[in-house]
Design a protein around this ligand. Structure first.
Ligand code: C2E
Ligand code: MG
Ligand code: MG
Ligand code: MG
Length: 283
C-alpha cells in the first residue's frame, strides 16, 4: 500500500512539474509577443530631494499587462526575459519610452528632469545594448545624456566583462545608480574603480528604521561613505514620516517610497508635479 501511495505521489509530483514547465513555456511565448502587442507600460515613481522637497527625478518601473493573467510583476517576468535574451529588446523599448518622457517633463516641469531605468546584466554583455543607437536616439530627441540614469546592481561591477560597456554608456553622459546597495557583494573596491553617481540604499535597511537602531547606524555609515566618494544617496522604500525624518537628519540626499507616492502612470505623475509646483509657489 505504501509503495502504491508512493507511486501515486510520484505521479502527482511529475504531473505538477510538467504543468509548471508547460506554464513556463507558455509564459515565454507570451513574452515574445508582448512587445509588439503593446502589453508593456511604464509607471514612474518620484524621487524627492530631501532638502527642498522638489521632484526632478523619477524611476521608471515596468509593468506587463497579460491579456489572460492580468498584471504580472517584473519580479516574475524579468528573469524569463533575461534567460531568453528578450530583455535586450525590452530594454531598448524602455530606454526610448523613458527618454521621450524625460523630454516631456524637461519641457513641462524642469529642464534638469532625469528618469532612471533599471538595467539587467544581460544588457551590458557584448551582444547587449547598442550604445551608438542609444546615443543617436538621445541626439534625435535633442536630449543630453544626463536626462537618463541607469540603475545597476553591485554584483555586476565585480565582473570585468561589464566594465567596458558601462564606461561606453557613461561616455554618452548617462548617469549610473547602484541599486539595492548593501544587499549584494561586500567588496566595495568597485566604488573607486567606477565613476558612480548615485547609491540607492536598499529598502531592507529602511523598513525597520528607528532612532538608535543598527539599521540607522548602517544608513548613516553608507551616507558618510558615499559623500566622501562624491556620490549622492537615494533611500528606497520610505513609507513613514519617521523614516523620512531620520534619513533627512542623517544627510540623505534623495528619498523614494510610498510615503511620497507609489509608482504611477505618466498622466497621474503630471498631476502630482502640478500639485507640487503649486505648493512651491505658495510657500
Ligand atoms: P527596484 O529597482 O529596487 O525597484 C523598487 C521596487 O520597490 C519597485 O517594485 C517599487 O514599486 C517598490 N517600492 C517603491 N517604494 C516602495 C515602498 O515604499 N515600500 C515597498 N515595500 N516597496 C516600494 P517593482 O516595481 O515591483 O519592481 C521590482 C523590481 O523589478 C525592481 O526593483 C527591479 O529590480 C525590477 N524591475 C522593475 N522594472 C524593471 C525594468 O524596467 N527593467 C528591469 N531590468 N528590471 C525592472
Ligand atoms: Mg531600481
Ligand atoms: Mg532597489
Ligand atoms: Mg560621478
Amino acid at each position: 500500500v505504501a509503495k502504491a501511495q508512493g507511486r501515486n505521489r510520484f505521479h502527482y509530483f511529475t504531473a505538477s512539474m510538467q504543468e509548471a514547465a508547460q506554464a513556463r513555456v507558455e509564459l515565454i511565448n507570451d513574452l515574445r509577443n508582448a512587445l509588439c502587442r503593446n502589453q508593456f507600460h511604464l509607471l514612474y515613481q518620484p524621487i524627492v530631494d530631501c532638502a527642498s522637497g522638489a521632484v526632478i527625478k523619477a524611476e521608471a518601473l515596468i509593468r506587463w499587462h497579460h491579456p489572460e493573467r492580468g498584471l504580472i510583476s517584473p519580479v516574475d517576468f524579468i528573469p524569463l526575459a533575461e534567460e531568453t535574451g528578450l530583455i535586450i529588446d525590452i530594454g531598448n523599448w524602455l530606454f526610448r519610452e523613458a527618454a521621450k518622457q524625460a523630454r516631456a517633463w524637461r519641457q513641462s516641469h524642469h529642464p534638469d528632469f532625469q528618469i532612471s531605468i533599471n538595467t539587467s546584466p544581460v544588457q551590458l554583455q557584448p551582444e547587449g545594448i547598442d550604445v551608438q543607437a542609444w546615443g543617436e536616439l538621445l541626439n534625435s530627441l535633442d536630449l543630453p545624456g544626463n536626462s537618463i540614469a541607469i540603475e545597476i546592481t553591485e554584483g555586476l561591477l565585480m565582473d570585468n566583462g561589464f566594465a567596458t560597456r558601462l564606461m561606453e554608456i557613461q561616455e554618452l553622459g548617462i548617469e549610473v545608480s547602484l541599486d539595492d546597495f548593501g544587499t549584494g557583494y561586500s567588496s566595495m573596491s568597485y566604488l573607486k574603480k567606477f565613476d558612480i553617481d548615485y547609491l540607492k540604499i536598499d529598502k531592507s535597511f529602511v523598513r525597520n528604521l528607528k532612532a538608535g537602531s543598527s539599521d540607522l547606524a548602517l544608513c548613516e555609515a553608507m551616507i558618510v561613505m558615499a559623500h566622501k566618494l562624491d556620490l549622492k544617496v537615494i533611500a528606497e522604500g520610505i513609507e513613514t514620516l519617521e523614516q523620512q525624518w531620520l534619513l533627512n537628519s542623517t544627510g540623505c540626499d534623495y528619498g523614494q517610497g510610498y510615503f511620497f507616492a507609489r509608482p504611477i502612470p505618466p498622466a497621474e505623475f503630471d498631476h502630482y508635479l502640478t500639485k507640487l509646483d503649486g505648493q512651491a509657489l505658495v510657500t
